[in-house]
Design a protein around this ligand. Structure first.
Ligand code: NAP
Length: 475
C-alpha cells in the first residue's frame, strides 16, 4: 500500500515561510503555506522599502517554490482567529511557525504614546500598503522629524521622509503614502543613536545610499566621529568587522563633506538617548528631551551608553521609534517573553518542561529574533527543517488524526469564505502589475482586503481549475 507523504503546515508566507516550504518539499513533505493576509511574501512586500525594488525581486524565487508539486497556499487565514493550534495538530505531521515579529519594542519613556509618536514599523507598513495600516496618518505637516534608533529600519524611515516624490512615484509605494509624502512639510530628519557611530547597527550600503539622495544633505558633526577611547581601541584592535570599518569611513566622509544646500537634511546624531517625548498644548508631539551619553565598557566586554546628565531638547512634530521588532505570542504556543520569540531549541518548540513538543517548530524571526537580512532566513529554515527530518527519521513527528489534503482544503474553505489560493494571488499580482504598467511603475498595490479578495476570487476559470486540480490530485 502506498504511504502518503507527510504533511506540513507552515504558518506565515514571508521569506522564512517560503524557504521552510522549499526545504520541506525537498525532504518529501507536502506543504500548506498559510498566511493571515490574502497576499504572500511578508516583509518583502510590506517591509522592504519601495525604493529597494531589486531586493523585492527575490519574490521570483518564492513564486518558483509555489509552483512545485505538493505546495498549496491559503491566504487570509489567521491562526487564533480562524483556526487553533490544536486543529492544526489534528491535521499535520509538522507545524512550522514562521510568523516573523509583528510588534515593536517599547522605549519606556514618558510621552511615548503621544499623538505624533509612532513605531517606525507602522510607518513602514503604511508606505508599503499593508491593509491593516492603510488608514494611518503620520504628522507629516511637521518641519522636523526625529527617528529614534540606529538600525536599517531607522535609515529606511529617514530616507522615505526626505526622498524625492518623483522618484518614489516610479516605485510600488502605496498611493496613499505617495500623496501624503508629496504634500509633506518635513525638511529635516534627526536620526538618534543611543551609542556611538562604531556601534550603529545599520549597514554600509544603506548608509552610503543616504548620501546619494537627490533632495537631502547628510549632516554628521565632526566631533561625533572622533571615537571614544573604548571604540577607538576596538576598531584599531582588528576585532571590528569590515562593515563597521566601512561605516566609519562613510561617516567621516559625511562629517567633512560640504553641504550642497539641498532642500532637505538628514542629521545623524550619536550618543544621545530620548528621555521624554514632549507634548504641546494639544498633547501632540512637540519635541524630544534627550540626554547625552558616554560609552563605557561593561564587565561583559560590551560597550554601553551611560547617561552623562547633560540634557537638551530637539523640537519636532513627528517621532518614529525604530528600536527593533518584537515577536507576538501565538495563542497556545509557548513563548519566551524575555526574548520575544517562541520558546525553542534549534527550531524545536519546547513545552513547559523544556522538552520538545512533537511536530511543532519555529523558523525565522519568531525563532531567533529580528536580525539578519532576507538571505539569513534560508540557512535558518534549513536548520529547522534538518530537525524536522531528524524527527521524521526517528518517528518523533506529530501523528495527526486527519491529514487528508482534500479534507484540509475543505476545512479551511469552510472557516474562511474569502480564502485566497495561489491562483487568486496570481490574479492580484497581474492586476497590480497591469495597473502599474502604463505609469512606468512595477505595480500599483491594492491596499484594501475586500478589493484584494474581490480580484482574487474573480479569477479566471483557468486559475480556479488549477487550484481545484491541486486539491483533487492530492486527495
Ligand atoms: P536593529 O538593527 O536591531 O536596530 C535597532 C536599533 O535600536 C539599534 O541601533 C539599537 O541600539 C536601538 N535601540 C534599541 N533600544 C533602544 C532604546 N531603548 N533607545 C534608543 N535606541 C535603542 O533593528 P531594525 O533596524 O529594526 O532592523 C531589524 C533587522 O532588519 C536588522 O537585521 C536589519 O538589518 C534588517 N533590515 C535590513 C534592511 C536592509 O537590508 N536594507 C532594511 C530594514 C531592516 P543598540 O545597538 O544600542 O541596542
Amino acid at each position: 500500500m502506498r504511504k502518503d507523504p507527510p504533511r506540513a503546515a507552515v504558518i506565515g508566507a514571508g521569506p522564512s515561510g517560503f524557504y521552510t516550504a522549499e526545504q520541506l518539499l525537498g525532504s518529501g513533505f507536502e506543504v500548506d503555506l498559510i498566511d493571515a493576509l490574502p497576499t504572500p511574501y511578508g516583509l518583502v512586500r510590506a517591509g522592504v522599502a519601495p525604493d529597494h525594488q531589486k531586493i523585492k525581486g527575490v519574490t521570483r524565487v518564492y513564486a518558483r517554490i509555489a509552483g512545485r508539486p505538493g505546495f498549496r497556499f491559503f491566504g487570509g487565514v489567521e491562526l487564533g482567529r480562524h483556526l487553533t493550534r490544536d486543529e492544526l495538530l489534528e491535521r499535520f505531521h509538522a507545524v512550522v511557525y514562521a510568523v516573523g515579529a509583528a510588534d515593536d519594542n517599547r522605549l519606556g519613556v514618558p510621552g511615548e504614546d503621544r499623538p505624533g509618536s509612532h513605531p517606525a514599523t507602522e510607518f513602514v507598513a503604511w508606505y508599503n500598503g499593508h491593509p491593516d495600516f492603510a488608514d494611518r496618518g503620520f504628522g507629516l505637516s511637521a518641519k522636523r522629524a526625529v527617528v529614534i534608533g540606529n538600525g536599517n529600519v531607522a535609515l529606511d524611515a529617514a530616507r522615505m521622509l526626505v526622498a524625492d516624490p518623483a522618484e518614489l512615484a516610479r516605485t510600488d509605494i502605496a498611493d496613499h503614502a505617495l500623496r501624503a509624502l508629496e504634500r509633506a512639510a518635513v525638511r529635516e530628519v534627526v536620526v538618534l543613536g543611543r551609542r556611538g557611530p562604531a556601534q550603529a547597527s545599520f549597514t554600509d550600503p544603506e548608509l552610503r545610499e543616504l548620501g546619494e539622495l537627490p533632495r537631502a544633505d547628510v549632516v554628521v558633526d565632526p566631533a561625533a566621529v572622533q571615537l571614544d577611547p573604548h571604540s577607538a581601541a576596538w576598531l584599531e584592535s582588528g576585532a571590528a568587522d569590515a562593515g563597521t570599518r566601512r561605516n566609519m569611513e562613510i561617516l567621516r566622509e559625511y562629517a567633512w563633506r560640504p553641504l550642497a544646500g539641498k532642500t532637505h537634511r538628514v542629521v545623524l546624531t550619536f550618543s544621545c538617548s530620548p528621555v521624554e517625548i514632549l507634548g504641546g498644548q494639544d498633547g501632540s508631539v512637540s519635541g524630544v528631551r534627550v540626554v547625552r551619553n558616554r560609552i563605557e565598557l561593561g564587565a561583559d566586554g560590551r560597550l554601553y551608553a551611560v547617561p552623562t546628565g547633560q540634557e537638551e531638547v530637539i523640537e519636532c512634530g513627528l517621532v518614529l521609534r525604530s528600536i527593533g521588532y518584537r515577536g507576538r505570542p501565538l495563542p497556545g504556543v509557548p513563548f519566551d517573553e524575555r526574548r520575544g520569540v517562541i520558546r525553542n531549541a534549534g527550531g524545536r518548540v519546547l513545552g513547559d518542561d523544556g522538552a520538545p513538543l512533537p511536530g511543532e517548530y519555529a523558523a525565522g524571526w519568531i525563532k531567533r529574533g529580528p536580525s539578519g537580512v532576507i538571505g539569513t532566513n534560508k540557512k535558518d529554515a534549513a536548520d529547522t527543517v534538518a530537525r524536522i527530518a531528524e524527527d521524521a527519521e526517528a518517528g518523533a513527528l506529530n501523528e495527526p488524526a486527519r491529514p487528508d489534503a482534500g479534507e484540509i482544503a475543505a476545512w479551511l474553505a469552510g472557516r474562511v469564505p474569502d480564502l485566497v489560493r495561489w491562483g487568486g494571488w496570481e490574479a492580484i499580482d497581474r492586476h497590480e502589475v497591469g495597473r502599474g504598467e502604463p505609469l512606468g511603475r512595477p505595480r500599483v498595490k491594492i491596499v484594501r482586503r475586500p478589493e484584494m479578495v474581490g480580484v482574487a476570487l474573480g479569477t479566471s476559470s483557468q486559475t480556479r481549475a488549477r487550484d481545484a486540480n491541486c486539491d483533487v490530485t492530492r486527495q
